[in-house]
Design a protein around this ligand. Structure first.
Ligand code: SF4
Length: 409
């Protein structure tokens, strides 16, 4: 009798739920506690906002929750009816659909909905969609929307780009001080940046445990475990959580515990997660004894350049070094390095229909990397949130055939 494959739960997951629960509880009480709330893009200036006393809320995290709970697909058409195209970011459309309908997974966490913003702050380092997304709410709540405009397709990171982004970050201080009704304390900013740096060091170490064979963690675990790195960077709670998780992973390595029992093959995931299908995908890879050991996505919250001694320039460097705003040659060098570090056998490219910014298969990169690394690739057509754009049956078949191909080579 065959049994369903099981994902190995982490002992730390209880603490993860508690840390994330406290974060959302604080947001839920912001209005009663008279605390100001800033909405921020995932690689926006969260450290600066925290140093100014804002509670920081991340709509992209809410978008991922809408995807993971499979609420997104029904909500997206509501945003489409307001003029937001079905072809644009499905985080945006599902989040705005959620707002229109008043339905949100946050209710399960005791919140009536996202906390009312006092200000919205975006960084276009990832895409232009975030600007349009935040401006929608800025108009509705009649609160300011501030932005940092970062170039895209950056090759080598020049000092002039860093100067420009650092200057834009410094220019945010004055309007944010007015909204926060307090002056920025440079010492506090350095403290927050140091905590964010520590979070990055630990999160990177967590991800790097997957270089072990067998790996103690998969990409699918990482998409859950990354929560504090996304929403709590700059807070002590994130640092403490990743220390606990890292200890557990090191113990798994010492005990020879594999995330995928009998690991035969190791893959790299390039592109967005398919939030509504994480579990079936994770289970299929376990069945195939194949571990997705590394990804661009989970590593996107590693900000090694952060330096408390040089706050603005180091934030500029950290936010501008991220994979998504780099040129194809830079991206290919990065993936080549990861492929070597994690001993990968092949690469999966997720072509997310509504996020061209995080879909790197469209201009020949898979073929170039195959020729350079001698590793095969598979392209999966799907989406981060809109499951109407994803064929589960076809994807399962393609993944199975890909792994069979690995076995034959
Ligand atoms: S990078 Fe992609 S998924 Fe993220 S906000 Fe922009 S369009 Fe949406």
């Amino acid at each position: 009798m065959s049994t369903a494959p099981e994902r190995k739960e982490f002992e730390s997951s209880k603490k993860l739920r508690s840390v994330m629960g406290q974060y959302f509880a604080q947001l839920g009480q912001a209005a009663q506690q008279g605390q100001k709330v800033a909405w921020c893009t995932s690689v926006g200036p969260a450290e600066l906002l925290r140093a100014l006393g804002f509670l920081v809320y991340f709509p992209e995290n809410h978008g991922a929750m809408l995807g993971a709970t499979r609420m997104a697909t029904e909500l997206i058409p509501l945003a489409n009816a307001r003029g937001f195209s079905p072809d644009i970011c499905s985080y945006l459309t599902s989040d705005i659909g959620s707002f229109i309908k008043g339905e949100t997974p946050l209710k399960k966490l005791g919140l009536s909905g996202p906390p009312r913003p006092d200000v919205l702050v975006f960084n276009t380092n990832q895409c232009r969609d975030v600007q349009d997304w935040f401006q929608f709410y800025s108009r509705y709540f009649e609160v300011p929307c501030l932005g940092v405009f970062t170039p895209r397709a950056i090759g080598s990171l020049s000092e002039s780009i860093i100067d420009d982004v650092a200057r834009q970050l410094e220019e945010l201080v004055e309007p944010l001080e007015k909204i926060a009704a307090m002056r920025l304390d440079p010492g506090r900013l350095s403290e927050v940046i140091e905590l964010s740096r520590q979070c990055t060091v630990l999160w990177k170490a967590v991800l790097e445990t997957a270089a072990q064979r067998p790996s103690p963690i998969t990409f699918f675990d990482g998409t859950t475990q990354m929560g504090p790195a996304v929403v709590l960077r700059g807070e002590q709670a994130a640092v403490e959580y990743y220390q606990v998780l890292l200890d557990e992973l090191r113990q798994r390595i010492a005990d020879g515990v594999a995330a995928v029992a009998g690991e035969r093959f190791r893959l790299y995931w390039e592109g967005m997660p398919i939030w509504g299908k994480l579990r079936p995908l994770a289970e299929q890879f376990i069945e195939l004894k194949t571990c997705v050991v590394a990804s661009t996505y989970c590593n996107s919250w590693v900000f090694e350049a952060l330096d408390p001694a040089d706050p603005f320039r180091s934030m500029a460097r950290a936010y501008t070094s991220i994979f998504i705003c780099r040129s194809d040659p830079e991206k290919e060098d990065y993936i080549a390095h990861m492929a070597q570090q994690f001993s990968i056998d092949g690469i999966i490219f997720h072509d997310a229909k509504t996020c061209p910014n995080n879909s790197n298969n469209r201009y020949g990169m898979p073929q170039r990397l195959r020729d350079r690394l001698g590793k095969p690739y598979l392209i999966i057509n799907g989406d981060l949130n809109d499951l109407r754009l994803y064929s589960e049956e076809q994807t399962r078949t393609n993944i199975q055939a890909f792994v069979e191909q690995l076995a034959e080579s």
